[in-house]
Design a protein around this ligand. Structure first.
Ligand code: PLP
Length: 415
């Protein structure tokens, strides 16, 4: 080993990383798969697959209260994963991590509990124009139910939140401010710490939708100062149907339970039920045990590479993709914010997004096409549908070249 190798133990080796993901090693329509639908869901490494399989093959038992050996093992693994997630986002206590089905359920949980408790007639909830439907509809429904108003902070032509307007829109009656850390369609990375500070100064609670940020760069909920942070496991190489809500203890303590049933109680009689302590108060019924354990394995996997290393590599690859895509005649990238992640939504002159994606698919290149669960912001940019390529830690420059070649081919076919 040379000195250089010993001192940079975490040197990023994309070929080695690719071997961790069995699903990448396949062909579609006779062409090696280029998977660029990472903003919808990421592929899974062996570490996650193995841990999940081990749970079902060996450990399978229900958690909590079980006195037998397997139940104890399952509980330890499930609660151990919670601690890994806590550490990953630098929350103070593991009891501030609530397991959910994903980011969507985490946002719904807050809207249905904190929201119902704290938002009344005449109050306001503030979101931004670039939100995912999951961070629009729960607030819209809450506001309708309560006679409150949903306000929407504008986004400029590059796809950045207009911060002055955002700040001005937070008033006395604003109870909740909710926004994405990184947009899934525009790629914009919002100045989440600054936006959180603006909301807190006016006494509003803050929820950050972290579905797109958590796999790509370091998230520190205490540094951000947010009250809630919602995210999914499956976009960061973990299992589907698994995610988490971070909530500050003080708020979680004050909130009513979300769902009612087993595990979330401490004592039940027909006259009166008392609720369990955090985090179990919000975790009624048998949860996705394998999903939680797999989530923990995904955190371990990311940390074994290093989230800062992942960010550095993805930024480099993203710069490469940016230059290549910008050079394609007739291609327009939707979302050109100064600070942006590795997500490229685009339209090509004369080609419908779905036709484009279908031709790319036959070339072995998997991208998403459609409204990306962000209809309002695409409407603002005057496009009903886009194609989206989203880069992950296992993608390569050769794959970006394959994407570009496939787009050129589609242009010839459709033009
Ligand atoms: C994917 C996504 C969601 C929803 O996540 P689920 O895993 O489907 O619950 C919410 N917000 C953003 C920005 C997303 O990208």
């Amino acid at each position: 080993m040379t000195n250089a190798q010993t001192t940079t133990a975490k040197t990023f080796d994309v070929e080695k990383i690719r071997r961790d993901f069995p699903s990448l090693n396949q062909s579609v329509y006779g062409k090696p798969l280029v998977y660029l639908d990472n903003a919808a869901t990421a592929q899974k490494p062996n570490a996650v697959i193995d841990v999940t399989e081990h749970y079902y093959r060996v450990v399978n038992a229900n958690i909590h209260r079980g006195v037998h050996r397997l139940s104890q093992l399952a509980t330890d693994a499930y609660e151990g994963a919670r601690e890994k997630i806590r550490n990953f986002i630098n929350a103070e206590k593991a009891s501030e991590i609530i397991y959910t089905r994903g980011c969507t359920e985490a946002i719904n949980l807050v809207a249905a509990t904190y929201g119902r408790q704290n938002v009344g007639a005449g109050d306001e909830v503030l979101i931004t124009e670039m939100e995912h439907h999951s961070n629009i509809v729960p607030w819209q429904a809450l506001c309708e139910e309560k006679g409150a108003t949903l306000r929407v902070a504008p986004v400029n032509e590059r796809g950045e939140v207009e911060l002055e307007a955002f700040e001005r829109m937070i008033g006395e009656r604003t109870k909740i401010v909710a926004f994405a850390h990184q947009s899934n369609s525009l790629g914009t990375i919002n100045p989440a710490k600054e936006m959180t500070r603006m909301a807190r100064e006016k006494g509003a609670a803050t929820l950050i939708d972290g579905a797109q940020s958590i796999p790509h760069f370091r998230v520190d909920v205490r540094d951000l100062g947010c009250d809630f942070y919602a995210f999914s496991a499956h976009k960061m190489y973990g299992p589907t149907g698994s995610g988490a809500l971070y909530g500050r203890e003080e708020l979680l303590e004050s909130m009513p339970p979300y769902q009612l049933g087993g595990d979330m109680i401490s004592a039940v009689s027909f006259e009166k039920t008392t609720y369990n302590k955090l985090p179990y108060k919000f975790e009624a019924g048998t949860p996705n045990i394998a999903g939680g354990i797999g989530f923990g394995a995904a955190v371990d996997y990311v940390e074994s590479i290093g989230i800062d290393e992942i960010e550095r590599y993805e930024r480099e690859l993203s710069d490469y993709a940016w230059e290549k895509l910008r050079a394609i005649e007739g291609l327009r990238i939707i979302g050109t914010a100064e600070d942006r992640g590795a997500v490229f939504s685009f339209v090509v002159e004369g080609a419908h997004a779905h036709d484009l994606a279908t031709i790319l698919d036959v070339e072995g290149v998997a991208v998403r096409a459609g409204h990306l669960c962000t209809q309002p912001i695409l409407k603002k940019f005057g496009v009903p549908a886009v194609a989206r390529a989203a880069v992950s830690l296992y993608n390569t420059r050769e794959e970006i070249d394959r994407l570009v070649e496939a787009i050129e081919k589609a242009k010839r076919m459709l033009g």
